[in-house]
Design a binder for this molecule. Structure first.
Ligand code: 13P
Ligand code: SF4
Length: 314
């Protein structure tokens, strides 16, 4: 419990007061619970949030997202305080790509360029040549000379999707997102029978059979833009359902159906993203911790491939 603050309204008021007091900016990812999204200064996908972090003048960055995102904000702002509501807000992709194994993989492919998805630890970023997100990966890969072999980590589904889109062969790290791999092609097809007019939209972290059924594939922001500009009225959304909050807000007359997992459980919700709550957001601002800190050497090394990403995605 957050002490004497018991209602959502009280928590929200205190968060806004602390935001002023600390001269803080609150950045939230689309997969955060809706109350957090509504309080944030900016809600966005990984690329937009890292751009916001890069441009901020705030003294404190409160990152309502997962740990690799807050780490990225710290790499871009070594002199600012970066807070995260729950340090255990990890990511299956980042967690299953440990730096020592990644280093050995790189060493086994000395002539390859290492293109690494932003869903990775700061240590892995520091060992990489270029960072990409799901919104700029295709554009960046197309700029890599044809004769340069590529290592892509850690998401094999995004990697496979990019190979198809660009025609480039890449050696893939075999990681997956525990949320996006659960979407069921069979259940999506059943939903299509029920709603024949529905468009299927999917994040590229989904497995191949789901992506093959999709009418549109893109990052969280790209999915949001797609539903906003589409003439269609019904969408089956194959990504974490947190994004539906913004979809409903900007398109109240449209219908959004969350793509189900095979078992029918709530495993299409990201358990890491959902570790952050309004109460933990308040407490992290009140106590100014958990704070994200990184060794200076990692910050300096990880900044290089991140800056390359910003340069190549202009
Ligand atoms: P986006 O960059 O599309 O927001 O994706 C982040 C993520 O973690 C998807 O699972
Ligand atoms: Fe990581 Fe998947 Fe959660 Fe995104 S949805 S933060 S890729 S575990």
């Amino acid at each position: 419990m957050a002490g004497v603050l018991e209602t959502t309204v009280e928590l929200e008021e205190e968060i806004l007061r602390l935001k002023k007091e600390l001269n803080a900016v609150i950045l939230a990812h689309y997969y955060q619970e809706s109350e957090i999204q509504d309080l944030a200064d900016y809600v966005g996908d990984s690329l937009e949030l890292s751009r916001r972090a890069k441009e901020t003048n705030a003294d404190v960055i409160v990152f309502a997202g997962v740990y690799f995102m807050a780490e990225t904000a710290k790499i871009l702002n070594p002199d600012r305080k970066v807070l995260i509501p729950d340090v255990e807000a990890g990511c299956s992709l980042a967690d299953n790509c440990p730096a020592d194994l990644f280093k050995a993989w790189r060493e086994a492919h000395p002539d390859h360029i290492a293109v690494t998805y932003i869903n990775s630890s700061a240590e892995v970023k520091a060992l990489s040549d270029i960072i990409v997100t799901s919104s700029n990966a295709e554009k960046i890969i197309r700029q890599i000379p044809e004769d340069k072999p590529i290592l892509f980590a850690p998401d094999r589904n995004l990697g496979k999707y990019l190979m198809k889109k660009t025609g480039r062969k890449m050696v893939l790290w075999q990681g997956t997102c525990i949320v996006h791999e659960t979407f069921s092609e069979r259940k999506i097809l059943e939903l299509k029978l029920q709603y024949p007019e529905a468009k299927v939209i999917a994040h590229p972290e989904c497995e191949d059979p789901v992506l093959e059924k999709a009418d549109f594939i893109g990052s969280t922001s790209a999915l949001l833009r797609y539903v906003q500009s589409s003439q269609d009225k019904v969408f089956i959304v194959a990504t974490e359902p947190g994004i539906i909050h913004q979809m409903k807000k900007s398109c109240p007359d449209k219908i959004f159906i969350s793509a189900p997992s095979d078992s029918g459980c709530a495993c299409n919700e990201c358990p890491y993203m959902k570790k952050n709550t309004l109460e933990k957001l308040y407490l992290c601002m009140k106590n100014q911790q958990p704070e994200v800190t990184l060794p200076q050497e990692i910050i300096e090394k990880a900044l290089i491939p991140l800056e390359r990403m910003f340069e190549m995605s202009k």
